[in-house]
Design a protein around this ligand. Structure first.
Ligand SMILES: [Zn+2]
Length: 407
């Protein structure tokens, strides 16, 4: 079995952890901010040190390439370097920098793969600044258009295209190309592996996810003199929706989860009723039909709440992913690699979103999990040990090489 340079991987992760620090030891590296630009520049510099070419596509996705003995579609390894507002140092980052370590290791060994291998850093996996999440891999896979991506706007009214150009990462390459296979390493983001003391999670499938962005429209009015029965407060319509979402989540627990994660309103000032509110809802369930049912129940209750609040409502956007099944041959490569390395492993489902879901629509795809301490994530306290990183990246290395070198 091949093994990586564990110290170099950890040093690389710790260098990334210096770029865009949060306030409590984690990271605040929102997509397409100057901090994101800085970590992208660092990735480019690392690639250049080892003579790996870097290509950037029109969505800002970055591809670090190791040439193979023959040409043809590359074996792709990837994840993301952007983070949440209270992000950790490893969510997504381990997948990109673990991929870089795979290339570096092969170079050290003088191992030229049969097929080229590329490492991708996807733009805006998190969806924390521009909604929805995973939008650049969605465009890469033909689920959304590039113009749609360019037109997304953040809370300050900045258009995604302008943010992309401001950090110099609107690339020339077309978005989307043939790929031989897609491998993604990610921290688990739940406590199962850590609690059970298992080294490796082999992800066979995901929870079905249904996302909704809902807009409520009311009328501004004075909070004092306006009679209760004449009010059209958008905040109230959205709040009924938020509470209903939470109640549906409890009704389907523990398998089902429903979250009202974001509520914005305008003018959102004391002394005035809001004429505008937007609510973000997401629903997750291991069974597709149940996820659809949860979404439909939430929509029905949103309609009731809007009527009570006397506000209009509409679904502004929706997103769907997660029920894709991962490629059995790739899943087996992870299992074989973990076995060969003497690591404990278990099959599991992913409850979080990953670019791999979209990639699975265009190429054989599979995700690999490493444990994370206590399952803490999307939190600055998110942490892993060097052994977690090393074990998982060793599995990634051997699985990727087996794929790239096959006949
Ligand atoms: Zn992530």
């Amino acid at each position: 079995m091949l093994t990586i340079n564990a110290d170099r991987l950890w040093r690389t992760l710790m260098r990334s952890a210096e770029i865009g620090p949060g306030v409590a030891g984690g990271l605040k590296r929102l997509t397409l901010t100057p901090e994101d630009g800085e970590v992208r520049d660092q990735l480019k510099a690392w690639a250049a040190e080892d003579g790996f070419a870097v290509t950037v596509d029109g969505a800002g996705n970055m591809f670090v390439r190791m040439e193979g003995a023959s040409d043809g579609p590359p074996v792709l390894i990837g994840s993301h370097l952007d983070t949440q507002v209270t992000g950790g140092r490893f969510d997504g980052i381990l997948g990109v920098l673990g991929g870089l370590e795979v290339l570096r290791t092969l170079k050290d060994l003088g191992h030229v793969p049969k097929r080229p291998i590329e490492v991708v850093n996807w733009t805006n996996e998190e969806g924390a600044r521009f909604s929805p999440p995973m939008m650049a891999s969605a465009v890469f896979c033909g689920v959304e258009t590039l113009d749609w991506l360019y037109d997304r706007v953040d809370d300050d009214g900045v258009r995604l295209l302008d943010a992309l150009e401001a950090i110099g990462y609107r690339g020339e390459a077309p978005v989307g190309k043939p790929v031989d296979a897609y491998f993604e390493l990610h921290i688990e983001q739940a406590p199962e592996l850590y609690d059970e003391g298992i080294d490796i999670g082999v992800v066979t499938a995901g929870y079905a996810v249904r996302g909704l962005l809902i807009r409520f429209t009311g009328e501004t009015a004075h909070t004092g003199p306006t009679p209760m029965d004449r009010r059209k407060n958008a905040i109230i319509g959205a709040s009924y929706g938020a509470v209903a979402t939470n109640e549906v989540g409890h009704a389907y627990a523990p398998l089902g989860k429903a979250t009202a994660s974001r509520l914005v309103a305008w003018p959102n000032k004391p002394g005035i009723l809001s004429s505008f509110a937007e609510l973000t809802v997401d629903v997750r369930h291991p069974e597709t039909e149940a996820a659809d049912r949860m979404r439909d129940e939430i929509l029905a209750r949103i309609a009731e709440g809007a009527e009570k609040a006397k506000v209009k409502w509409e679904v502004v956007s929706t997103w769907t992913y997660g029920e894709e099944r991962f490629d059995p041959a790739l899943v087996d490569l992870y299992r074989q690699a973990a076995k060969g390395l003497g690591l404990s492993q278990k099959d599991m489902m992913s409850q979080a979103g990953h670019d791999a879901y979209y990639m699975s629509r265009v190429a054989p795809t599979a995700i690999l999990f490493s444990p994370c301490i206590d399952g803490i994530t999307h939190n600055e306290a998110e942490d892993i040990t060097p052994a977690h990183a090393t074990n998982a990246t060793n599995v990634l290395l051997n699985a990727v090489v087996a794929r790239a070198d096959r006949d």
